[in-house]
Write a protein that binds this ligand. Structure first.
Ligand code: HEM
Length: 408
């Protein structure tokens, strides 16, 4: 039971159509009043909302905040996933130690820096091919979300997993179906056939890779072994799904938000063009300024303990706002300024602690290649928004644009 020592819970309508437009201002107001606030969520559940940088950092690391609430809030277990995604319920973001440590050790053996470094040329080729298509447009317009930011990560993940070229389009369709269910469970009936097809496809792929291992992530995950321990079949499905889901929309948003932030700040884009070596700090600044994951995965209080002057009770829902921490003036000088030379830039966009993003090196690589390539090929890129307000997706966990119309 959520008990605040201070104020009445504040109602925050994360689902309001214009929430994203005002979110950063709302977070700022909350940060100025304190590190943690009792709120009422739009799905009518009380929750703690953590907004200041230091508190967010501590909460992400503190294992008293649980990912898997079986014992303290069983009604929240299994992530409300539909039946077709049952096999997706046991992975890194739904487990706590010691189970999480076991999975992470096994996955680490497969997801190596060597494997990521090998993807550099692949990412370059993918970006070039997509840009070839974009530049073919006879009226010199494009939507850079659908035509550029969206396809890059899914093609990269398919390549990394070792999905054969001939199956890429199908795999992409099924993955899109799966992403749509995670975002909007009400569409589950419509996409049930695709989800079943995806599962069957993976079952066959596991058999094939067990018999004929290749230099790809599916083979590496099957072979990963730690003291005789291996991933079970269910864990393999879950891990692959997690990589597709966690690695897709996040990276789409990094690329989309990055294009937008640079076009919105032409002085910074000019600076980047003059000093291409600033690309690494540019990507870090995009991650901070428009954090693709605005809210960390839900946590629950595992035991009663005191946090920033409030008592967190077992089963309390806790929302940790990364997007707010990354704009906190207590940690960043001029936090609302987009500055591609910012140094140091200790943003929390990839989380912190034991759940720190496994795909961070890959996401950075994709951003560091996709952005300069786009601005090289289309030097006179201009935004073409017709709407008065930006088309931010209505997804309170993420920050990303639904479309990004441009002309060149
Ligand atoms: C810009 C892109 C990305 C961002 C902003 C991002 C952000 C995050 C964040 C904030 C977390 C921690 C969540 C929490 O503690 O609640 C996380 C975890 C994770 N991410 Fe990413 N991510 C990105 C790309 C990727 C990619 C490309 C992959 C893989 C292909 C990936 C795989 C994962 C996995 C497996 C975890 C769970 C780690 C664990 O629980 O041990 N992510 N990510």
């Amino acid at each position: 039971m959520l008990q605040s020592k201070t104020i009445e819970p504040l109602s925050i309508d994360f689902f309001a159509p214009d929430f994203k437009e005002h979110a950063l201002t709302i977070y700022q107001g909350l940060r100025d009043q304190g590190a943690i606030h009792p709120i009422q969520t739009p799905w009518d559940e009380p929750a703690w909302f953590i907004v200041q940088y230091d508190a967010v950092q501590i909460a992400l690391k503190d294992q008293k905040f649980l990912m898997s609430p079986q014992t303290v809030a069983p009604e929240h277990d299994a992530n409300h996933l539909p039946e077709e995604l049952d096999y997706f319920s046991h992975h890194l973001l739904t487990t706590d130690p010691p189970e999480h440590s076991r999975l992470r050790t096994l996955v680490h053996k497969a997801f190596t820096p060597r494997m990521i470094a090998r993807l550099q040329t692949t990412v370059e080729t993918i970006c070039d091919q997509l840009l070839d298509e974009v530049t073919r447009s006879s009226n010199h317009t494009a939507d850079l979300i659908t035509q550029y930011a969206f396809p890059i990560p899914i093609i990269v993940i398919s390549d990394m997993l070792g999905i054969p070229q001939k199956d890429r389009d199908l795999f992409r369709e099924w993955s899109k179906a799966m992403l749509s269910v995670v975002n909007r469970p009400e569409v589950q009936k419509e996409v049930r056939p695709q989800l079943i097809a995806l599962r069957n496809y993976l079952t066959d792929l596991f058999v094939e890779r067990r018999n004929h291992p290749q230099e790809d992530l599916v083979s590496a995950l099957i072979e990963a072994e730690d003291n005789g321990d291996r991933l079970s079949e269910e864990e393999l499905y879950s891990m692959i799904m997690l990589l597709v889901i966690a690695g897709h929309e996040t990276t789409v948003n990094l690329i989309g938000n990055g294009i937008y932030a640079l076009l919105q700040h032409p002085d910074q884009l000019t600076l980047l063009k003059k000093s291409p070596s600033l690309i690494n700090s540019t990507v870090e600044e995009i991650l901070r300024y428009y954090s693709p994951v605005e809210m960390a995965t839900n946590r629950w209080g595992g035991e009663a303990f005191s946090f920033e002057g409030q008592t967190i009770s077992p089963g309390d829902l806790v929302l940790i706002c990364i997007g707010s921490a990354n704009r906190d003036k207590r940690r960043f000088t001029n936090p609302d300024q987009f500055d591609i030379t910012r140094h140091p830039n200790p943003h929390l966009a990839f989380g912190m602690g034991i759940h720190y993003c496994l795909g961070a090196p890959l996401a950075r690589l994709e951003g560091q290649i996709a952005l300069p390539r786009l601005f090289d090929r289309l030097p006179n890129l201009q935004l073409d928004f017709k709407e008065e307000s930006l088309p931010w997706q209505q997804d309170f966990l993420m920050r990303g644009l639904t479309h990004l119309p441009v002309h060149f």
